[in-house]
Design a protein around this ligand. Structure first.
Ligand SMILES: *Cc1c(COP(=O)(O)O)cnc(C)c1O
Length: 381
């Protein structure tokens, strides 16, 4: 199979169905599979252990992350949970400073009680990460770009530093915000890649699903064991929806990036906006890293309003095309106020965000229509 991203997105892991010739992978909506004799089957016995629609998704996704293995889960957090289950009391996990709120909640409110230690550090500084490693650090967990400030960390530099440590902690990257089209962490030296496929991979805001990509045989065996033993698997319909979404990932990510870059240029010049946060914009302190590590700036963008929370609320409640909603990564544009929506759980903590911050998930609509919508909403701020 040719190995260009666009071709893999459409064909990897998929063959015409052998029983009917169906070009698209069928939704194998079945829990069990008939056996020819006791213990003699075609590779599938029971759909928690394996389902052909899920297999096609796992293999297609693995190809996009240039990984040996892909594993699918019921949600992004179920994927994260499966990874954390590999650790034992007394292990320490070092986590990026502004990690996704649900990940933070899973670590702090579930796994801390089991005796796993977590600590947090901003990962834009490799030396600070190194200084925060402990003798029992078994995993380093990074998100880049981060949410909602779109801060970046240098995956290759962190991987190099971690590989030189005597304790050799595993290095996991949550690649949800970038998608494998913009950034491939395994190729930059990471050991594990996690996605909320609910976002860009699915791409249509119609499914919740998680994915993990990796190269290591032994770790794959362990994670595949837990996938079956704990059973947080996606159903065949959900697997199909993500497999279908992936076919246009490269086209969508190109347009998300183009639209967001134009909106960044528009917002930075707007008199009511004090600051924008967009990785490919000249105003971003890590623009050079963004251009080295990511194929474009992506579809996520945040901006601060001079009028503070009241102005942020007014803008978010006045858009007509941008829907006021949490989540991200779909073809449709979304707007939200992180301080009182996605990031309410971190209010009054070091992770708290400015109440005048507005976050956009820029969709693939006509960009002039999107800018006109922001223009009329900003007029009300
Ligand atoms: C949404 C999200 C998750 C959690 O994924 P779910 O599919 O909602 O469980 C994890 N990380 C990031 C960066 C996310 O945006």
């Amino acid at each position: 199979m040719p190995d260009q991203f666009e071709t893999l997105a459409i064909h990897a892991g998929q063959q015409p169905d052998p029983s009917t010739g169906a070009v698209m992978t069928p939704i194998y909506q079945t829990s069990t599979f008939v056996q020819d004799a006791v213990g003699v089957h075609k590779g599938y016995e029971y759909s928690r252990s394996g389902n052909p629609t899920r297999t096609a998704l796992q293999d297609c996704f693995a190809a996009l992350e240039a990984a040996k293995y892909g594993l699918a889960f019921a949600s992004g957090l179920a994927a994260t949970d499966t990874i954390i289950r590999q650790f034992v009391p007394g292990d320490h996990i070092l986590v990026g400073g502004d990690v996704y709120g649900g990940t933070f909640r899973l670590f702090e409110k579930e796994y801390k009680d089991f005796g796993i230690e977590f600590s947090y550090v901003d990962m834009d500084d490799v030396q600070a990460v190194q200084a925060n490693l402990r003798a029992n650090t078994k995993l380093v967990w990074l998100e880049t770009p981060t949410n909602p400030y779109l801060g970046l960390a240098d995956i290759a530099a962190l991987a190099e530093m971690l590989k030189a440590q005597p304790s050799k902690p595993l290095f996991a990257v949550d690649n949800t915000f970038a998608s494998p089209y913009l950034q491939q962490p395994l190729a930059l030296g990471a050991d594990l890649v996690i996605h909320s496929a609910t976002k860009y991979l699915g791409g249509h805001s119609d499914v919740v699903l998680g994915l993990v990509a990796l190269n290591d045989d032994e770790l794959h065996t362990k994670l595949a064991f837990t996938q079956n033993a704990a059973g947080a698997v996606p159903g065949p319909m959900d697997s199909f929806l993500v497999l279908r979404g992936i076919k246009t990932l490269h086209l969508r990510m190109e347009r998300h990036g183009e639209n967001a870059a134009k909106i960044a240029d528009y917002l930075v010049a707007h008199p009511k906006v004090s600051q924008i946060f967009y990785p490919y914009h000249a105003s971003h302190p890590q623009q050079a890293l963004a251009r080295k590590q990511m194929r474009n700036g992506g579809g996520m963008l945040s901006f601060e309003l001079k009028g503070g929370e009241a102005a942020a609320r007014a803008v978010a409640e006045s858009t007509r095309l941008f829907a006021l909603a949490e989540s991200l990564g779909g073809v449709e544009s979304l707007i939200e106020v992180p301080a009182v929506m996605t990031h309410l759980s971190v209010a009054n903590s070091p992770l708290a965000v400015d109440p005048g911050l507005v976050r956009l998930s820029v969709g693939v609509e006509n960009v002039d229509d999107l800018i006109a919508d922001l223009e009329q909403a900003l007029a009300k701020a």
